[in-house]
Design a protein around this ligand. Structure first.
Ligand SMILES: [Zn+2]
Length: 132
C-alpha cells in the first residue's frame, strides 16, 4: 500500500507505546529508527537472498550479555524497514499489526530471547482474541 513515511513512523511510535510497560520501562539505551530499506551491508551480514524481505533488525548487545558497562557501548538500534512492509500489506490494519509484531520481535532480541522463545510467545499472542 502507498503510505507517507510520516504516517508509517506514527504507526511505529504507536507500536512502541503499546509494548507492555513491564518491557518498555527496561528499554535502556535503545534507539528506534525507520528506514525505507535494509542497507546492502545489513542484508549481507544477515545472509539474505535478494527475495528475502526484512521487516526489522536489532543491532546491539542483548541485556543479559551486558556486564554493567553500558556507558562503553554504542546505543542499541532497532530499525524498522518501511518498504518491505508497505509492499506486502494492503490494508492499514494488517500493516499496523505487522509493525507491532516486528517491534515486539526486535525488542525480544534485546531481552536476549532467541527465535524459539519469540515464536512461542507470538503463537500465544495469536490465541488471544484481541490479536486477530
Ligand atoms: Zn529475529
Amino acid at each position: 500500500m502507498d503510505i507517507a513515511q510520516e504516517q508509517f513512523e506514527s504507526y511505529v511510535r504507536i507500536a512502541i507505546d503499546n509494548i507492555p510497560s513491564v518491557y518498555r520501562d527496561k528499554l535502556d539505551n535503545v534507539t528506534f529508527r525507520t528506514e525505507k530499506e535494509p542497507s546492502p551491508a545489513q542484508r549481507q551480514s544477515l545472509g539474505l537472498r535478494p527475495c528475502d524481505a526484512l521487516y526489522g533488525l536489532y543491532e546491539g548487545v542483548p541485556l543479559p550479555r551486558r556486564n554493567g558497562t553500558t556507558h562503553l557501548i554504542l546505543p542499541d538500534t532497532i530499525t524498522i524497514f518501511m518498504h518491505p512492509m508497505t509492499h506486502h500489506f494492503n490494508d492499514q490494519k494488517s500493516l499496523q499489526r505487522q509493525i507491532y509484531k516486528t517491534i515486539w520481535h526486535e525488542v525480544a532480541h534485546y531481552f536476549g530471547l532467541g527465535h524459539d522463545r519469540i515464536h512461542a510467545v507470538e503463537s500465544s499472542l495469536k490465541q488471544h482474541p484481541d490479536n486477530d
